[in-house]
Design a protein around this ligand. Structure first.
Ligand code: AMP
Length: 497
């Protein structure tokens, strides 16, 4: 059997698949180019038989053709992050045991020295051309992808996702968000992460839609593309919406109107991968006319919870389980959490990953029977979930209470002087952990801890109010725009010494 993604593409070969700032590529172009790349990877072999192929390419047609080429040759695709320095690239390459490295001319100098040091075959996509060999049939239960988790606690783990997992994740989203062949989406996310690979790219290609790829995120370029009024779908992370809001605010009144009109042309705008501040949802609604659809997911499970396409989207909520996904909340004793009580989100379904690459211990620890333990806390009210944060960093144990950093951040952000913030728990002999807030404040603000505490006590129980603050120029974030909370804890610990 051939992969359904490929057979589907063959059925709409004349349609446009990928559009880059320079060129349009049809599904046939993608099939031809990926077959060429598969042939080069096979180099005379019948099947890569799940060899890992690590590849470093900017967002664009050759990225997609390489990913498909690896799959069509029977390999496991290991996408590398274009923003990573050598040690991180090397970690992923060696941990995954990649036997072939592929790069594009523009990034070759980042990968070639690693290939030479490890004596690994190295392919430049610009050198791949020519005849196409017969390609193997790839069964759907084979491994397709290894994605590395952000690794906020310890070294990143390789999340192994099969073709069947991808199909389950994609069909769930295609159903829930009613993807159509007529859809046209702008791709502006990193392509080493589930959000960009599955939710945007693979969903689009599954239905025969158009995926317009930008080589990198730039707020003005994105607004220009939105203003062209040809897009129907848009998906991004909260930090990107923050940058788009800032750019919109700086534009002239006339330009703002054009940009807002471009948004109104779309049928759906989605946010996820980190908590969407309620204020941001409201500002975006004023700008775009869209109530952002917030969803929750994770590399290991794909998407699990989503606000509805039709019907009311609740601010601060991530909605209900997606089709084919079973979700439960479990309390500390391992029992199902009582109604309206917090618990760990556990997920089961065909989209849940196979294993952590060569780490059976971590895999075993991550499951409770068939249920994957996400490590995220949530509360469900009438079947609708609200995320409280990651148990390891966002659930702060202070003076016998458990408090959600996300809930405190949401309140702090409503302070007129606070532009951005991250709340963390810092180990403390007296309190167990202290609630500490890293703040980015407006230029002229002279915000003091005393003033902030007085203000915050009006909105939060006293034990939730930060007892220490640090004013930062900006919060440390990873390539996906997520705040790196352990780095903030280090800053507080360093500030004490
Ligand atoms: P990643 O595997 O990099 O996609 O990160 C997944 C983690 O991001 C989850 O375990 C959550 O902690 C967080 N996350 C994803 N979506 C949301 C959301 N809508 N609200 C809050 N946290 C989220």
């Amino acid at each position: 059997m051939n992969l359904p993604l490929i057979t589907r593409a063959q059925s709409y070969s004349e349609r446009t698949a990928i559009v880059t700032p320079q060129q349009r590529f049809s599904y046939q172009d993608l099939l031809d180019r990926s077959a060429q790349i598969a042939t080069a990877l096979l180099d005379g072999m019948a099947d890569l038989a799940e060899q890992r192929v690590a590849f470093l390419l900017p967002s664009g047609f050759d990225y997609v053709a390489t990913q498909w080429g690896i799959w069509r040759a029977g390999g496991i695709a290991v996408p590398l992050c274009t923003a990573h320095p050598r040690p991180e690239l090397e970690y992923v390459i060696t941990q995954s045991g990649a036997s072939i490295l592929v790069a594009d001319d523009s990034l070759a100098d980042r990968l070639l020295p690693i290939a030479e040091d490890h004596q690994q075959p190295f392919l430049l996509t610009s050198h791949i051309s020519g005849a196409i060999a017969p390609l193997p049939m790839v069964a759907i239960d084979r491994r397709a992808l290894i994605l590395y988790t952000s690794g906020t606690t310890g070294k990143p783990k390789g999340v192994v996702i099969t073709h069947a997992n991808i199909q389950a994740q994609v069909t769930s989203l295609v159903t829930a968000w009613a993807w159509q062949p007529e859809d046209c989406i702008l791709h502006l996310l990193p392509l080493h992460h589930i959000h960009g690979i599955i939710n945007v790219l693979t969903c689009a290609l599954w239905v025969g839609a158009e995926c317009h790829m930008l080589p990198k995120f730039d707020a003005e370029t994105v607004w220009r593309r939105i203003s062209d009024r040809d897009l129907t779908l848009f998906m991004a992370v909260p930090t990107i919406y923050a940058k788009l809001i800032a750019a919109w605010s700086k534009a002239s009144k006339q330009e703002q109107a054009v940009r807002s009109l471009g948004c109104r042309q779309m049928r759906l705008m989605v946010s996820g991968s980190a908590a969407l501040p309620v204020q941001m949802l409201e500002t975006w609604q004023q700008i775009s006319g869209h109530v952002l659809l917030e969803r929750y997911g994770m590399t290991e499970i794909g998407m699990a919870l989503s606000n509805p396409l039709q019907g009311e989207r609740l601010a601060g909520s991530v909605g209900q389980p997606l089709p084919g996904v079973a979700v439960r909340l479990v309390d500390e004793s391992g029992a199902l959490a009582a109604a309206d009580s917090p618990g760990e989100i556990q997920v089961q379904g065909p989209g849940v990953f196979l294993e952590y690459w060569q780490n059976p211990e971590a895999t075993a620890k991550a499951f409770c029977g068939p249920w994957f333990r996400t490590g995220d806390m949530a509360i469900a009210q009438q079947g609708t979930y609200r995320i409280l944060g990651r148990m390891s960093v966002d659930i702060i144990k202070t003076g016998g209470y458990k408090v959600s950093a996300l809930e405190i951040e949401e309140v702090l952000r409503s302070h007129p002087d606070i532009q951005d913030c991250a709340v963390v728990g810092v180990a403390d002999e007296e309190w167990g952990e202290r609630v500490c807030g890293a703040l980015v404040v407006t230029g002229e603000s002279g915000l003091t801890l005393t003033a902030l505490r007085a203000w915050a006590k009006e909105q939060l129980a006293t034990y939730k109010v930060p007892t220490k603050i640090l004013i930062l120029e900006q919060l440390p974030r990873n390539a996906m725009g997520k705040v790196i909370k352990p780095a903030i804890v280090d800053l507080f610990n360093g500030a004490d010494s």
